[in-house]
Design a protein around this ligand. Sequence first.
Ligand code: K1U
Ligand code: ZN
Length: 167
Amino acid sequence: MALLPILRFPDPRLKKVAQPVAKIDDGIRKLAADMAETMYEAPGIGLAATQVDVHQRLVVIDTSEEKNDLLVFINPTLSRCEGQQVGEEGCLSVPGIYDKVERAERVTIKYLDLDGKAQTMAAEGLLAVCIQHEIDHLDGIVFVDHLSQLKQGRIKSKLAKQARVTA
Ligand code: K1U
Ligand code: ZN
């Protein structure tokens, strides 16, 4: 397995729309394993292929306390969204920035698993938020895109300052 570099906002590659995975082969299985290792090491509760500069529709998530419940979603789609929740979000591509985003409270997701089998899952709470956040990444959307222009400007300045200090 390998740790993959994570793109940082406002890298324009985070805006690319990912393409559906055409064939689930050993390359895709290795990508999923490398993404899971990268997510656990970060640490984070989710990671989309877009964030590691692979523009295919693949997401890994683990919102469990024990970090022992890895979910891999290939070609995920939201078939149902219900209710509303507002929660604080972070992003491995926007380090050190957290803000409130409105999301659906409950979602139903359709996807392929690593054996290429079609699956359906219902989720609520943090898992539902994380699923929506990761599918946004596949569509080229970062959580800060949900914030006001004023907040986005402040975040860009803060990240640029951080980058100068660490350079
Ligand atoms: O997509 C990503 O960048 C991962 C992101 C997922 C996410 C977090 C919070 C709300 C919605 C989506 C993260 O994992 S940020 C890091 C984080 O939330 C976390 C890190 C360590 C322990 C627990 C959470
Ligand atoms: Zn993110």
